[in-house]
Ligand binder design. Sequence first.
Ligand code: GZL
Length: 330
Amino acid sequence: MKKTLIMLTALFLSLSLCVGASAVTIAFSQIGQESDWRTANTDSVSNAIKAEGWDYVYDDAQQKQENQVKALRNFISQNVDYILFTGVVSTGWDEVLKEVNEAEIPLVLLDRMPDNIDDIEYAAAFGGDFVEEGRRMALWTANYVKKLGRENEELNVVILEGTTGADAATGRQNGITEILKDYPNLKVIASQTGNFTRAEGQAVMESFLKAHDKIDVLLAHNDDMALGAIESIKAAGLQPGKDIIIVGCDAPKTAFDAIIAGEMNATIECTPLYGPFVVDALKKLMAGEELGREVIHPEESCFDAEGGIVYSLDGRVSEKAADKIGERLY
Ligand code: GZL
């Protein structure tokens, strides 16, 4: 009896090892947990991969480039089957991504793109159109100001920029600047990084309020910084959303809550829900298909308190946050 039990256990173990050996390992070098968007992005990708039964190696770099370089090298030494990567900044990846290529591990680029993308091999790439998102922030603002009948008033604009050196920040800043050229009454008097976090957005907005007597508009490269700034605006005895028009980007539920409360005016959508199309791409790659670079969310919306405001150069109209909050998935 005992002998049979030992034999059955050995058989079971070898079978499970055999099954384990054929399992695919996906590794993900994620930037950190700096914002609601990032948390939703991590959950979406992680849950989708785990649902496939693939082995999964996840690394949170706490917004430090050196941690991402270490993680990528660890993935190589672990000989994972696929690497998912979004870099905290655009530069400084040449050496380590060359090592990934030399290890012949397929690289899937998500969200923020390395500036040497044209010099490396990658199996697939999904990212937003950050310049368009910036254009939409500024165009919505110009049209809202017109709706208020203030288009001939000189309005002081401050900008909370995302992480210095990230294409999400440089792209949005370029889009904002491009549109504001057509609206000289919207005058940028200060622009500084808040690193995409609430805490830093709050601190930088506090410094803006101390340095400038009159601030009429805040453009924040993401909603977390806008939500932090709202705290500083209130602490200064001003009414966010009224004394200062506040426009963000990402469109998490927390921004909808602030818009519905009248403390924020609009947010431009940029979906973090990459899980389904990352899994779809991985399956196609496993089946031997060739993929390329794809902008995944050109159809994003803009949400505000009233709806009906044009926010894009192709004439799209904003939607009322209160009508749409029930559908939000992040
Ligand atoms: C945008 C993404 C940005 C978000 C921020 O695709 O890279 O990073 O806008 C996040 O919330 O920190």
